[in-house]
Design a protein around this ligand. Sequence first.
Ligand SMILES: [Zn+2]
Length: 476
Amino acid sequence: MGSLSSFSTGQSNWIELFNGKDLKGWKANENQGSFRVENGILVCSGARGHLFYETDKPFKNFEMVAEIKTAPFANSGIYFHTSFQETGWPERGYEVQVNNTHIGADNYRETKKTGSLYAVRNVYYQVVNDNEWFKMRIKVVENHVEIFVNEVKVVDYVQPEKPWRSEEHKYRLLNKGTFALQAHDEKSTASYKSVKVRRLPDDTKTSMRVDEAWDATVSKLMDTGFPLVDYHVHLKGGLTLEQVKENSLRLGINYGVAPNCGLRFPVTNDISLAAYMDTVKGQPIFRGMQAEGREWVTLFSPEAVAKFDYVFTDAMTFTDSKGRRNRIWIPEEVWVDDKQQFMEQLVSKIEAIFSREPVDIYVNPTVLPNVLMAEYEQLWTKERMERVVKVLADNNIALEINARYKTPNAEMIRMAKRAGIKFTFGTNNTSNELGRLEYCLKMIEECGLTPDDIFMPKPNNQKPVLVKGLPVKITG
Ligand SMILES: [Zn+2]
């Protein structure tokens, strides 16, 4: 029935699956009332159900374009290579996620945003807004899946011959089948005004190679919704935004790109901040702010700062008790008269910074000047680590696990986890080589981190800079 009721859209080979009038050609399983046509729009709204397209000829290689609009907190999705099933979440094939602002309910935290190849290659940044029509394009050729949101590519997945899958999701595989649209829950409304598809030749041979070990690592993390994000990337050392995006598609890691913001840095006030925002508008990345030096709090308005997805700072720049400005990554700008005294001063600075400055993340954590790094384990006593953990916990600040410096150590990460602190992964690259978050992945294992231990950027009304505001008075 489905293929007969489809009609041509005027372009060759494209067929429109939704006729704009009724649900002819589609079949809902549970809660059929969750699917209806209103003013020519297919609306998925209400208790969980799936609306399957009926076709006699399964789709294998294809290209699909859907025009979609979400209401706030909507959660929906497009399944492909699936088949009709009476109840539950469709087991066969893949879902392409539609979700801009739904963050889960009860004890379940939903982190997967629009464009995710659900729980296989997740997109954690938000590329489109609620209440705006956007286009989702899905292209599947043999073992290659590409997903575009408003023509921005967010997923490029090559399925290995034998991909890792959990027992629960063992049918989440490419095959052939039909499409389904999702109604997720009572609070969710998603609208589809067009769902068109064209078949692509089924005998295409792709020669795309996969790093199977890496694919398994990523797929395991994605299966549990583990946010795999490198929040600490700078466009320096020759690294370009194009390379960041290419890395992201190839590795399945999401990136947060941050300019350095502060006195004598590229971004120094609201005007240069707005100019920067223009350069990353619509890009498939998170937008981070690295707050530099202690005087950054005097340079920007809270509203401008809140345009970033998150703000981070470190304790590598501070003025010591003798009035000397330390920049502890530069050997010539470090003053260590006495090791223990230096440590006491550093810990006090960390406490002062993170009790006062409205940031989301403490980055480059516990890094010491080169001259002290060999004694890291002795100098970072349990008592000192506890003081740092306390100020972060008290102020709801996340702790970066830094891939380049390999800090903090496992002991402090466990301590922070017990205190309820969230973690981020970050590289803080100095060259165009971003690596694969090796130290962070090791710490997940070693410290038993779970998806819920990982930081996600806060919604606007919860951003520290708007909740706490910027401090008026500052001291070194
Ligand atoms: Zn940095």
